[in-house]
Design a binder for this molecule. Structure first.
Ligand code: SAM
Length: 222
């Protein structure tokens, strides 16, 4: 799986890509993340990516030409085989869920994110994207944080990315269900709180039963 991120702030991804499981997943070649600096796709000397909105109003709007040029270059250079999904990150898009993550993992080999900034992107970009996706019902400064969230959620579903397969099997939201039960680690006693005795018992059947009983039901996902 290759994730392509079109952004005007490439360095926001430096630590994201160089830490923890995302770093290891790249080293193990389970995923690749390619950051595309949108300014490299501008035709003018000032590398301008935004302009004033027609009709007036506050702020600037991202221009369409550099974005379409970036998409064309990514297709030409990287997406020679396999299937691609072009995602415009937008607060007005469909809300991202675990189900999206599972579908992306199964169906696509290249996921291309367009990270908006300013007041958003020229609406004509919609003709060039497969879907608009929102991280949630709030407005962020840009699409970068949303892109990172999607990359993480999809990556952990790719075989070999998580160290322990069990983590994935026991994950919250798997199969649309919430499987969240209370977890504890050392110390056994913290001030007035003790770890439930059953978890110290070594009796696996009883532990499973206890976890089932204490699994919190949350809203179905997706
Ligand atoms: N003027 C827009 C509005 O009122 O909806 C907000 C634009 S926002 C400041 C700039 C960019 O951040 C958007 O184009 C989008 O790419 C990204 N963004 C903001 N909130 C987001 C969210 N909840 N999910 C995904 N992307 C988001």
């Amino acid at each position: 799986m290759t994730f392509h991120i079109i952004t005007i702030f490439p360095s926001l991804f430096d630590s994201f890509m160089q830490e923890s499981l995302i770093k290891k997943a790249q080293e193990k070649k389970r995923i690749a993340i390619v950051i595309h600096n949108l300014r490299e796709y501008t035709a003018n000397a000032h590398k301008t990516v935004d302009d004033k909105p027609y009709g007036g109003g506050a702020g600037m709007v991202m221009k369409i030409e550099p974005l379409v040029a970036a998409l064309a270059e990514i297709r030409k250079k990287y997406v020679k085989t396999g299937s691609e999904r072009i995602i415009l990150l937008s607060p007005a898009g469909k809300q991202f869920t675990q189900r999206h993550a599972e579908t992306y993992r199964k169906k696509y080999t290249h996921i291309i994110f367009i990270c908006g900034r300013y007041e958003g992107v020229d609406a004509r970009i919609k003709k060039y994207v497969d879907e608009e996706l929102s991280l949630g019902p709030y407005v962020l400064n840009g699409g970068e944080v949303a892109a990172m969230a999607v990359v993480e959620a999809v990556s952990r579903l790719i075989p070999g990315v998580l160290g322990n397969k069990e983590s994935l099997r026991e994950e919250s939201w798997n199969k649309g269900d919430a499987l969240e039960y209370p977890q504890y680690t050392r110390p056994e006693k913290y001030h007035d709180q003790k770890v439930p005795r059953v978890l110290l018992s070594g009796d696996h059947a009883k532990i499973i039963e206890w976890r089932k009983k204490h699994t919190k039901k949350r809203k179905k996902c997706g």
